[in-house]
Design a protein around this ligand. Structure first.
Ligand SMILES: *Cc1c(COP(=O)(O)O)cnc(C)c1O
Length: 362
């Protein structure tokens, strides 16, 4: 059996460290706030090369809080790729803003900046590049579009911990960046978690206040915010796992390289492009294939688990039935027909990748 994801295997490889970290929190009863949370914010800011890190309850909250921090007028428009996880768009709606779906590039699957440019109106206030599957977006193009039109740049980095654009870690290349620590992400907690990073001190304070009932200190509420926190146990787990992330990322890159080489000559299979300026961290390894559903079944018969990211184009979801772009078929987003995610993660070896490739070839 070649698993899509294997969190148990990873836990077994770091069990003593994790057990100790969790036991420390329970012994101290530092369940909310405390040293582990502070340390994680410091460690993660340094890791992503950002000045500030605000930990929050999950990645969706991170996006929603980051958007709210700008204080945009209700109904203002935010450009977002049509192929991403639902939460990118949901956060825009929850922040009282209007998502405008944009096309995706066929080769590296990230936001098509030329297509986004055509969708700018007088109400557009922000653009949300999603570093989809772990491949960084073309940030120079996005920053130049943003500066021409006065847009804020909110990076969705939920799949892109340690990813780099031209040698720079994602997250603080734009105005603000949002991470998820959902267990299946490249850096995952043992529950929900998220973080916001930025080099803008004012935005950082604003985010912290929103996430902390509208104030920085207890009982001092300047406005109505919300409650969104990373808890002590999750922070302690993340502090342990952050130290292993460079190795785990290297493993993903090696597994991807094995797939690239082994699948290069296979008829009818397109491997994912990595732009030469990208450090792709392969949250997902997504191939394009004619009979996607057929291949998925055949691989399952050989005990090889695969995934589809994402099975329904966002504009076609029931949630957007009333959206002006509902059911729009204009995205060159073939995710609903031809994209297949192969097993990927630090639980795999290059030998596993060769076995998967051989099965695909057969
Ligand atoms: C996982 C994910 C999110 C949401 O993160 P949660 O922690 O699950 O709320 C947002 N955007 C993208 C692209 C994601 O993959």
């Amino acid at each position: 059996m070649i698993k899509f994801l294997d969190l148990q295997k990873q836990y077994q490889s770091i069990k003593p460290e994790i057990d100790q970290a969790i036991a420390d929190i329970v012994n101290k009863c530092e369940f909310v706030g405390g040293e582990a949370v502070k340390n994680f914010e410091t460690n993660f800011a340094a890791f992503q090369n950002a000045e500030h890190c605000i930990s929050v309850g999950n990645g969706t909250d991170a996006l929603e809080i980051a958007l709210a921090a700008f204080g945009f007028d209700r109904g203002s428009e935010v450009l977002v790729p049509a192929n991403t996880f639902f939460a990118s768009v949901e956060a825009i709606v929850s922040a009282g803003l209007m998502p405008i779906f944009c096309g995706c590039r066929r080769d590296d699957h990230t936001l098509d900046v030329q297509d986004a440019a055509k969708r700018i109106t007088s109400k557009t206030v922000a653009i949300m590049p999603v570093h989809l599957y772990g491949h960084p977006c073309d940030m120079n193009e996005i920053l130049s579009l943003a500066s021409t039109h006065g847009l804020k740049v909110v990076e969705d980095c939920a799949q892109a911990h340690a990813a780099e654009y031209k040698g720079r870690r994602v997250g603080s290349i734009g105005d603000i960046g949002c991470f998820s620590f959902y267990p299946g992400k490249n850096l995952g907690a043992y529950g929900d978690g998220g973080a916001i990073v930025t080099n803008n001190g004012d935005l950082a304070v604003r985010c912290r206040m929103i996430a902390n009932h509208g104030g920085v200190s207890k009982y001092d509420h300047e406005f109505c915010g919300r409650n969104s926190r990373l808890d002590g146990i999750q922070a302690s787990v993340l502090n342990v796992k952050l130290k292993h992330l460079p190795n785990w990322t290297e493993t993903r890159i090696q597994v991807a390289k094995a797939y690239d080489d082994a699948l290069a000559g296979v008829d009818g299979i397109e491997v994912p492009l990595r732009q030469n300026w990208a450090r792709h961290v392969y949250h997902l390894y997504v191939i394009r294939v004619g009979d996607r559903d057929g291949l998925k079944v055949k691989l399952a018969e050989r005990d090889i688990q695969t995934g589809i990211h994402y099975p329904i184009a966002l504009p076609s979801l029931a949630a957007f039935a009333d959206h002006p772009q509902a059911n729009a078929d204009m995205f060159a987003c073939e995710q609903d027909k031809h994209l297949l995610s192969l097993p990927m993660g630090d639980h795999l070896s290059t030998q596993d990748a060769l076995e998967v490739a051989a099965a695909i070839n057969t």
